[in-house]
Design a protein around this ligand. Structure first.
Ligand SMILES: Nc1ncnc2c1ncn2[C@@H]1O[C@H](COP(=O)(O)OP(=O)(O)O)[C@@H](O)[C@H]1O
Ligand SMILES: CC(C)(COP(=O)(O)O)[C@@H](O)C(=O)NCCC(=O)O
Ligand SMILES: [K+]
Length: 279
């Protein structure tokens, strides 16, 4: 079995992948701030022959995790943000400072679709762009839905947005504090992502396929106006592409990769942008 780990600021996600069949056998998540102790939520390391890790948690968390795993598992791959990988050149002035989850997402998006807009809706919402040809432009970081809500300190933090609510409802004026907050932060997130996408596609003269991942991807997706795909395993896709272990991975296939969304015509994006400026 292969154990893939995606350690974010809120949740540490894991999945077990069968090295022979390439099937995903199980998956789970634990709070990042809690210690990794063997238990119901932790995969059984006895069956694991290799681990791949993407981590943006504090250095100490990663070191502890890697230390624990190295004692039990033969192969441990830790992803790093580099200046270049898999045909993509990192847009950061200091490439190593780009969050490795963003780098994994950008690499996965590029491997799947060529140029892309990779959006990760987690603790933070990040939006990264890779042009056809592989130039990563850099990106945008804004607070995620939960962080935005907590920062208001209005006592609404425990009332999460129902992931099944329709965007139309979430965009209406709220008539109670919790609704006003939830609708406000939702509006902030989706209008930022829509606008960022249009601005960058306009500036670069290319309509890029958009892919969304992260704990809030499904609900944010409902408010995104352009065609896009939700790809829960996008960060894992980057790990598969960087450290291919199975036959399918060596052939460039990533588990759970969606169909590539066809972007709308650039003229349409530009017309919508111009129209929104008039309002
Ligand atoms: N069941 C859940 N538990 C925790 N967070 C959730 C859950 N469902 C959605 N979320 C949202 O997803 C975010 C965490 O998403 P995730 O992509 O795992 O973040 P990170 O990678 O930063 O740890 C939370 O901030 C919250 O807004
Ligand atoms: C921006 C992030 C906090 C997002 O992390 P997440 O919300 O996925 O936990 C992470 O990618 C990070 O720590 N990045 C380093 C700073 C940067 O990318 O510029
Ligand atoms: K993430």
């Amino acid at each position: 079995m292969i154990l893939d780990l995606d350690i974010g600021n809120t949740l540490s996600k894991w999945r077990l992948k069968d090295a022979d069949s390439s099937e995903i056998r199980s998956r789970g998540a634990v709070w990042t701030r809690e210690e990794w102790r063997p238990g119901a939520d932790i995969p059984d390391l006895d069956v694991v022959e290799a681990v791949r890790i993407s981590s943006v948690a504090r250095k100490a968390v990663l070191e502890e995790t890697v230390g624990l795993l190295r004692r039990r598992v033969g192969t441990v791959h830790v992803a790093r943000s580099t200046a270049e990988a898999l045909g993509v050149t990192n847009g950061y002035e200091e490439p190593g400072r780009l969050g490795v989850d963003r780098w994994m997402g950008a690499l996965a998006g590029y491997q799947l679709a060529g140029g892309c807009c990779a959006v990760d809706c987690g603790s933070a919402i990040t939006v990264d762009f890779v042009l056809p040809g592989g130039r990563h432009l850099g990106g945008y970081i804004l607070p995620g839905l939960r962080l935005m809500k907590e920062s208001l300190k209005l006592g609404t933090r425990n009332v999460a947005i129902d992931p099944d609510s329709e965007a139309e409802e979430l965009l209406e004026p709220g008539r109670r504090t919790v609704e006003a907050v939830n609708h406000g932060i939702y509006m902030a997130a989706v209008s930022a992502v829509n606008r960022i996408y249009s601005e960058v596609c306009d500036q670069q003269g290319v309509a890029l396929p958009m892919m969304l991942t992260g704990g809030d991807a499904r609900v944010v997706s409902r408010g995104i106006q352009v065609p896009h795909a939700v790809w829960p395993d996008m960060v894992y896709g980057g790990l598969e592409a960087c450290f291919p272990l199975t036959a399918a991975e060596r052939a460039g296939r990533m588990s759970g990769a969606p169909r590539v969304p066809s972007p709308v015509a650039l003229e349409k994006i530009r017309a919508a942008l111009a129209f929104s400026m008039l309002l």
